[in-house]
Design a protein around this ligand. Structure first.
Ligand SMILES: Cc1cc2nc3c(=O)[nH]c(=O)nc-3n(C[C@H](O)[C@H](O)[C@H](O)COP(=O)(O)OP(=O)(O)OC[C@H]3O[C@@H](n4cnc5c(N)ncnc54)[C@H](O)[C@@H]3O)c2cc1C
Length: 359
């Protein structure tokens, strides 16, 4: 049967990771088919809070590079501009060393007093310090995804009417992706399908364990919002940022709930609303009486160790980019660049799909 699509690379997953990689592949002159029945940013990416900064202890280089690309508004200067509310990461006295090691990359260390002067909405204990990045802030995640898609034209085609069901190999090499609409033939395959990647990797004997972890937030309208940056409190796992409409804030608290359904909804249970309010009121007292005006309950893919771009030897031509565990948005431009470089290298090394380009 003839394939439904033929491209140099098949990307499974139209979130920010798949799109950022696809855009960089097209920039390198390759053709790409992106497969995702949820369409553009229909998974974790569309729900993302969009906080971006250079500080990420798990991925210091990817986060710093990601921020620089976001600051340039992408590779062609067409992405939305960062809302530069400033990024503040709070540490208590015991972790000051950790904060100090991250200063220098356009980041300053602020005392509790300095924090309060700059951001009168916040209350911070005197022994706390804040790692402050004035150039950082947040981005509207869906708009970024749409800008990535636009930048990747005309080399990217989107197959949003089908779900990928298996990676296909010929003679030990990847030759495409089976989908519910038929075969997508490609010389290389990127799995950037979040937790959906596990099942697809298994079809070619690759073990890629991933779990869902709950990520949610509420939007609050405080009576006197005061000045707030995007903020992460390492002592409680709380985070917030100004919301899209003036005077409102988006706020969440890291959750340890794993193996939740991989779905996105705009309902936040009352228990979660109370939890967010209870934890965050110690840093942002205005939340005590703030009205809840919306929210999101979603998930991200969590890897046992940490997220990674992996080039698999068996089957040749398979690359995975998964497991970003609640922090993948800020990394996406750098992850996409890295994954595209790896895939381009594979294709340059003569890896071609059977019957496509010849051997
Ligand atoms: C509520 C929330 C807030 C967040 N806030 C931040 C933040 O402020 N800053 C930050 O850096 N990160 C944040 N994150 C994390 C970040 O959004 C994610 O790490 C990132 O979006 C993951 O992108 P992805 O492309 O890997 O996955 P996804 O966006 O989940 O994309 C995977 C796609 O694969 C598709 N798929 C799955 N199976 C198949 C299949 N068989 N066939 C075809 N397609 C398939 C899905 O439909 C999905 O669209 C947040 C996440 C959530 C949920």
């Amino acid at each position: 049967m003839s394939p439904v699509a033929v491209a140099d690379v098949a990307v499974v997953g139209c979130g920010v990771i798949g799109l950022a990689t696809a855009e960089r592949l097209v920039a390198r002159g390759l053709t790409v088919v992106v497969i995702d029945p949820a369409g553009v940013a229909g998974g974790a990416s569309g729900a993302s809070g969009g906080l971006v900064r250079a500080y990420d202890p798990g991925f210091p280089d990817l986060a710093a590079e990601g921020l620089e690309i976001y600051l340039r508004r992408g590779w062609h200067g067409r992405w939305p501009a960062i809302r530069q509310s400033g990024s503040l990461v709070l540490f208590d006295a015991g972790a000051i060393h950790q904060a100090m090691t991250a200063t220098g990359r356009h980041a300053d260390l602020l005392s509790a007093n300095e924090i309060h002067k700059k951001f009168d909405g916040l209350t911070v204990p005197p022994n706390f310090v804040g790692l402050y990045e004035s150039r950082a802030g947040w981005l509207p995640a869906r708009e970024v995804a749409r800008a990535l898609l636009a930048d990747a034209q005309p080399g990217l085609s989107l197959l949003d009417s089908a779900r990928a069901t298996a990676v296909v190999t010929t003679g030990g090499r990847v030759s495409g992706v089976q989908t519910t609409a038929g075969l997508v033939q490609a010389a290389a395959v990127l799995l950037a399908a979040g937790v959906g990647s596990t099942e697809l990797a298994r079809t070619v004997g690759v073990d890629l364990p991933l779990r869902t972890r709950s990520v949610s937030y509420c939007m609050f309208r405080p009576r006197r919002p005061g000045r707030v940056p995007t903020m992460v409190d390492t002592t409680t796992g709380a985070w917030l940022r100004p919301w899209n409409t003036p005077g409102a804030v988006l706020a969440g608290v890291t959750s340890e709930s794993c193996d939740v359904p991989p779905s996105v909804s705009d309902e936040v249970p009352l228990t979660e609303q109370h939890r967010v309010r209870d934890v965050l009121r110690h840093r942002y007292p205005e939340l005590v009486n703030a009205e809840v005006i919306g929210g999101v309950t979603a998930f991200d893919a969590m890897a046992p160790a940490k997220g990674a771009v992996t080039v698999w030897n068996e089957p040749a031509g398979l690359v995975t980019a998964t497991g970003w565990n609640g922090g993948g948005f800020k990394l996406a431009p750098a992850v996409g660049s890295l994954a595209a470089e790896q895939i381009h290298g594979l294709i340059g090394a003569g890896l071609t799909a059977a019957g496509f380009g010849g051997e």
